[in-house]
Design a protein around this ligand. Sequence first.
Ligand code: G3P
Length: 196
Amino acid sequence: MLIIILSLLLAYLIGSIPSGLIIGKTFYKVDIREHGSKNLGATNAFRTLGIKPGIAVTLMDILKGTAATLIPGLLGADIHPLLAGVLAAIGHMFPIFASFKGGKAVATSAGVVLGYEPFLFLFLIVVFFIALYISKYVSLSSMIAAVASLTYCFIFHLDDWPLIVVIAVLTIFIFYRHRANIKRIMNKTEPKIKWL
Ligand code: G3P
């Protein structure tokens, strides 16, 4: 039991690592929570800090999710790896190391998928970039990729109910955290990316 609690705690703590804050403050003396959308996520790191730091934050956030799914196996905890992934996404959204004000769980959720079903990760990346190319909205593309991933699981992984449940939970997290973006998309005030 102790090892299960330890695994889940570790997954939450890994998810809590505020990549955008670390890179922004260490290398640019910028707190991205005071700029752009004020979100502690990869998109706002791109927007506020630039392409290279944006890529670094994206990779770190993805890695957090992937690392979390590996923890139960590494520690020998008898829990589903995706459960640790959910804890990492919660850590990313409500990080203990950043006053519980974190990101929108997109990159970290993608990392969870990468750690468990790499082909689904490739699928969601392709869907994300097609949606981004067409819409120019990162937020909308993130939500479309989440819904597409859930649909994919219903079609190709109907026998893997933990995967379906976890992708459904992560999709709900992602939509919930994008409430303001959804309003802005409807008001046509959501910023579009200019570089694709
Ligand atoms: O990664 C989150 C993204 O979908 C939206 O971020 O900063 O535009 O609200 P942001």
